[in-house]
Design a protein around this ligand. Sequence first.
Ligand SMILES: [Zn+2]
Length: 259
Amino acid sequence: MDIAVNILGNSLETHLPQILADAAEVGVSPLINIGSNLAESSASIELCQRYPRQIWTTAGTHPHHASQWQATSQQQLRQLCQQPGVVAVGECGLDYNRDFSPRDKQRHAFAAQLELACELGLPVLMHERDAHDDFLAIVSEYRAGLSRALLHCFTGTREHMQAYIELDLYLGITGWVCDERRGKALTELVKDIPGERILIETDSPYLLPRSMRPKPKSSKNEPKYLPFISQTIADLRQESAADFAKQCYRNSQVFFNLD
Ligand SMILES: [Zn+2]
C-alpha cells in the first residue's frame, strides 16, 4: 500500500491504468491519493468510484492552498469526508518553507481540519515543513480527540522525531531516505521509529528515489518504486525486507481502517 500519491493533474493521471497495473504487479496496492484542496478532493472521490478498492483518498486543504480556506470550507469538507472512498482528513498542516499561503491562514485552516477529524472520528494525514514548533503546538491541542494522526514525508531532526513519537503520531517515510545527500540525517533516524508507527510512501510523482540503479528514464516517481524504498528502510533497520513490508502494510490497514 502506497499511503501518499498525487495522481490528479500530472502524468500519473494520464497513464493511470498502466500506473495501477505496474504497482499491483510488484505488490503495491491500494494507493491512497492525496486531496490537496476541496476541488481536487472531490475529483479524487470520483477517482475512487472508478477504481474501487484500488484507490482510496484523503480530503482536505494542503497548507500551500490554505489561502483558499473560507468560512464555508469546514462544512464543505465535512460533506466530502462522508463520501465513500474517503479514508482520512488531509493533507493538512503547515509549510513555512515555501510560504505559499500566509502563516496565519495556514494555522487557521489546519486547526479547522483537525477539529473536523476529531468530530468525524477520521484519521488525519498531515504535512510539516520548517514549522515544527507551531505544528507541535496545534497538534498537541487536538491530539486527545484525534483517532490516529500521521505526519507524512517526515524529514525532520531526531528531536522533532522524538516529539512526534511522544504525541503518538505515525511517521511516513518517502524516497527522501534514498538521497545520499539530503537524506543522510534521515537514514540515521529511521531505525528508531517504533515498528508499529512507521508507514512508507512514494509521494509520486515527486521524490523519485535517487539511489535507484539503473536510474529510471523518467524523473517522475511512481508507486511501483515503493518496494525499493521499503527495501532501503528495511536494510537501515536491519530487518528482513519481507517482514518490514508486511509490517508497513498492516500499519497502513490499521491507520486507514481498511481490511
Ligand atoms: Zn506533504
